[in-house]
Design a protein around this ligand. Structure first.
Ligand code: NAD
Ligand code: AHE
Ligand code: ZN
Ligand code: ZN
Length: 409
């Protein structure tokens, strides 16, 4: 079904003729000029500076976006702090945004200036020869590898950057999005076009963290009604796992965090048991198993701490429990457990972007929000203005009170 939906969205033959002609006009390279604008540039570890940058016109199969709102994800901070083995400097971070198409490059179909877009760090090429996108095997994953190599090297698919600084020196892209800038350029296959009425601040939430949590519950572990769930780490990612689990009808939801300030929201979203590991003098996995008979059906690490990943696996139910790694661990960290934990039927898996295929499966989420079927406003706990606001957002996310700080440019 998802594959059929994806084929419909990606089929350019369905783009109205008038729209196709407009797109064709905009395709002429050189039609668009370089834009000078403000961006928060990561110059080095924990060195974020607002600068004027030049954003080149979009190349073939590329789209230049005006960024309206950016939400800060923990992964931006992790990369800024130098923990990401793929981290590059200087670069423009940011990968949760609500944007509007400013211009399109040659060969782009289905997108035109003025369209609202959520850039997705997990692209969806949708091409018949992509076994990750196309049915039957493409139904199993969202991990389209089409531009992953160049994306990881901080460049566009042709191997070059669209960003230069005031001295004309190259600045790297980040996660195929780079939304700490008033304008950015992304691959067309990274653009999830959303409804004309979609609020761009709320769209920013769906660019990564909140989609990831919902999708981890719905797609990756596919939680069914009546089951038990344990979520370690109650940031926006963990809380959206709780929200997604409750929407699926989970009967018992354990919410685990060292910061008790997180428990109120967890309860509002459906947590039945809030647990602070600091309140116990034994390993948290033993505490959770002790609160059940044989452990928990579905468990999630949303902290990025490898010891917590182990605890999540080890409190999963004997015989069938499934544990999902969502958090991103620092460079060089590894996970371990006794193989006996797997021999006795537990399964260990992970998720990227909650398994959502960006272009076909993210737009329906904002439709659900607009129709009142999906609540999202509670994730915006802080708001800032201007590109400078990204520096304030970094401070806010460190405070322990912040779920998502949305910066509007
Ligand atoms: P966050 O920092 O807002 O939340 C993390 C929470 O974990 C905090 O509430 C913190 O108090 C809690 N925590 C830390 N150590 C703990 C411990 N030992 N036991 C229990 N709780 C603990 O982060 P976030 O934005 O919610 O992101 C969570 C993780 O998910 C990060 O590692 C992020 O990089 C990752 N992430 C992964 C994906 C993906 O696709 N896999 C997508 C988005 C984010
Ligand atoms: N660059 C790191 C890996 C970081 C990582 O695991 N990223 C997550 C997304 S975090 C979003 O906030 C992910 O989905 N990765 C899949 C991918 O293809 O990057 C490293 O270890 O190299
Ligand atoms: Zn693909
Ligand atoms: Zn993220």
């Amino acid at each position: 079904m998802a594959a059929l939906r994806s084929a419909r969205v990606l089929c350019s033959a369905r783009v109205p003729l008038v729209q196709r002609c407009c797109v064709h006009l905009g395709q002429i390279r050189g039609f668009a000029s370089p834009i000078k604008c403000k961006a928060a540039v990561a110059r080095g570890v924990n060195d974020l500076r607002v600068e004027e940058v030049t954003v080149a016109p979009p190349g073939p199969r590329e789209v230049r976006l005006k960024v309206h709102s950016n939400a800060l994800c923990h992964t931006d901070i992790y990369t800024l702090s130098g923990q990401d083995p793929e981290g590059l400097f200087p670069s423009i971070l940011g990968h949760e945004a609500g944007t509007v198409v400013e211009s399109v490059g040659e060969g782009v179909t289905g997108l035109k200036p003025g369209d609202k877009v959520i850039p997705c760090y997990t692209p969806q090429c949708g091409e018949p020869d992509c076994i990750f996108c196309f049915p039957p095997r493409g139904k199993r994953t969202n991990l389209c590898p089409k531009i992953r190599g160049t994306q990881g090297n901080g460049v566009m698919p042709d191997g070059t950057s669209r960003f230069t600084d005031a001295e004309g020196k190259e600045i790297k892209h980040f996660m195929g999005c780079s939304t700490f800038s008033e304008y950015t350029v992304v691959a067309d296959i990274s653009c999830a076009k959303v409804s004309e009425t979609a609020p761009l601040d709320v769209c920013s939430l769906l660019g990564c963290g909140v989609s990831t949590g919902l999708g981890a519950a719905w797609n990756t572990l596919n939680i069914e009604g009546g089951s038990s769930v344990a979520v370690f780490g109650l940031g926006a990612v963990g809380l959206s796992v709780i929200q997604g689990s409750k929407m699926r009808g989970a009967a018992r939801i354990f919410a685990i965090d060292m910061n008790p300030k997180k428990f109120e929201m967890a309860k509002e979203l459906g947590a039945t048991d809030c647990v602070n590991p600091k309140d116990y003098d034994k390993p948290i996995q033993q505490v959770i198993v002790g609160m059940t008979k044989w452990g928990v059906d579905y468990t999630f690490d949303c902290t990025g701490n490898v010891e917590v990943m182990r605890a999540a696996l080890e409190c999963a139910h004997r015989g069938w429990g499934e544990s999902c790694v969502v958090g991103v661990a620092a460079a060089g960290k590894e996970i371990s457990t006794r193989p006996f934990q797997l021999v006795t039927g537990r399964k260990w898996t992970g998720t990227a972007f909650g398994g959502f295929k960006g272009r076909s499966e993210v737009p329906p989420l904002i439709d659900d929000y607009e129709a009142g079927r999906l609540k999202l406003d509670h994730y915006i706990t802080h708001r800032f203005h201007g590109v400078e606001g990204n520096l304030q957002a970094v401070e806010a996310l460190h405070s322990g009170d912040c779920l998502r700080a949305v910066v509007t440019y």
